[in-house]
Design a protein around this ligand. Structure first.
Ligand code: S3P
Length: 190
């Protein structure tokens, strides 16, 4: 048995929001962080700050593999181990071993939206290099098909289609509280 448990104290465990581009990870993540009194971090924004250039520029100048390495470094040892809500870039979790790394670090919740919703939400800005192509709709469907199983297996899945931000927020808070309790119980039983 380890001594680690919450003992009724406020939870400290990091929350990682994963899911495809346009599922609302950053918007909702900010809201959850403010509710929990945690720091909000967006993996893309943190990488941009550390590298001094946009994700688009990193893709253009250094390639996707370099960007994936920066994502990995940020997750492995580039952010505080507690009291953070982290919105993870859509492809971050698809890297080998990343689901286990994230699960060891905190609670993992995946946001889901249908391809139609994603197409609508992502059409308004061109900041995403993977969708900067002749047929972004086709690309979205291909990428989603390739990644869907990973998002589904990553952790609890929260549907965002036709749900208000407040509804999504409430679901996330409920899942987070339950999973923090379960983690505490698991640690006590070890
Ligand atoms: C990517 C998602 C983006 C960003 C990069 C690659 C992906 O983040 O990390 O453009 O591979 O799905 P968002 O999910 O925040 O758009």
């Amino acid at each position: 048995m380890t001594k680690q448990s919450n003992n009724g104290a406020k939870p400290e465990t990091n929350l990682y929001l994963v899911g495809f581009m346009g599922t609302g990870k950053s918007t909702i993540g900010r809201m959850v962080a403010s509710r929990l009194g945690f720091k909000f971090l967006d993996s893309d924004a943190e990488i941009e700050r550390a590298r001094g250039k946009s994700v688009r520029k990193i893709f253009e100048q250094e390639g996707e593999d370099a960007f994936r390495r920066y994502e990995r470094d940020f997750i492995v040892d580039g952010h505080p181990p507690q009291r953070c809500v982290v919105a993870c870039g859509g492809g971050l979790i698809t890297q080998p071993g990343m689901v286990d790394i994230l699960k060891a670090k905190g609670v993992l919740i995946a946001l889901y939206a249908s391809p139609e919703t994603i197409i609508e939400r992502t059409s308004i800005n061109r900041a995403r290099p993977l969708l900067d192509c002749d047929n972004p709709e086709k690309r979205i469907r291909e990428l989603m098909a390739a990644r869907e199983a990973i998002y589904r297996e990553a952790g609890s899945l929260v549907l965002t289609d036709h749900r208000s931000r407040c509804e999504v927020l409430a679901h996330i808070q409920r899942i987070y509280s339950r999973e923090v309790r379960e983690r505490g119980t698991r640690k006590l039983e070890e």
